[in-house]
Design a binder for this molecule. Structure first.
Ligand code: ZN
Length: 130
C-alpha cells in the first residue's frame, strides 16, 4: 500500500516517520474495516530522515521493519531485519558485534545480495524450529 504523507520528513527520526506512516495507513485501512495490527509492516522511507547510519531497522521482536528507500530491495538486509522481528540480536564473533559471517544477523561488510549465500546460523535456526 502506498500511503501519502503530509509531513516534513527531513531530519526527523526514522521511528517517528514510521509512526506517521502507521497513523495514515490505519486511517486508510479503517475505511475497509481492516486494522494495521493484522499485518507485518515494511516501511520504505526517504533517506533524509535520521537513520543514525543504519540502512534499516527491525522491531525486536515484532512485526515492523523500516528501510531507507535505496536499501529496501536488498534481500540480505530484509532477512536481517526480519530476524530482528523473530527476536534475534546480532551475531557476533571475537569482539565484533557483526562478526559471525555465517549468519544473516552478522555479516557486516561481508553481507551482500551477490553472496555469500547465508541464512541464520545454527543456533538461531534451531530457535526458529527450521
Ligand atoms: Zn540489526
Amino acid at each position: 500500500m502506498e500511503v501519502p504523507i503530509n509531513e516534513t520528513f527531513a531530519g526527523i527520526p526514522s521511528g517517528t516517520g514510521s509512526n506517521f506512516n502507521s497513523i495514515y495507513a490505519q486511517e486508510i485501512l479503517a475505511e475497509y474495516g481492516m486494522n494495521l495490527g493484522d499485518f507485518n509492516i515494511m516501511h520504505v522511507m526517504p533517506s533524509e530522515l535520521e537513520w543514525n547510519g543504519a540502512a534499516a531497522w527491525g522491531q525486536k521482536p515484532g512485526t515492523v521493519t523500516a528501510f531507507r528507500d535505496q536499501y529496501a530491495d536488498h534481500v540480505h538486509i530484509q532477512v536481517h531485519e526480519v530476524g530482528h522481528n523473530f527476536g534475534f540480536g546480532h551475531s557476533g564473533f571475537d569482539g565484533d558485534g557483526y562478526g559471525d559471517h555465517s549468519c544473516s544477523m552478522g555479516g557486516g561488510q561481508a553481507a551482500s545480495d551477490d553472496g555469500p549465500a547465508m541464512c541464520f546460523n545454527g543456533v538461531k535456526s534451531f530457535y526458529t524450529d527450521w
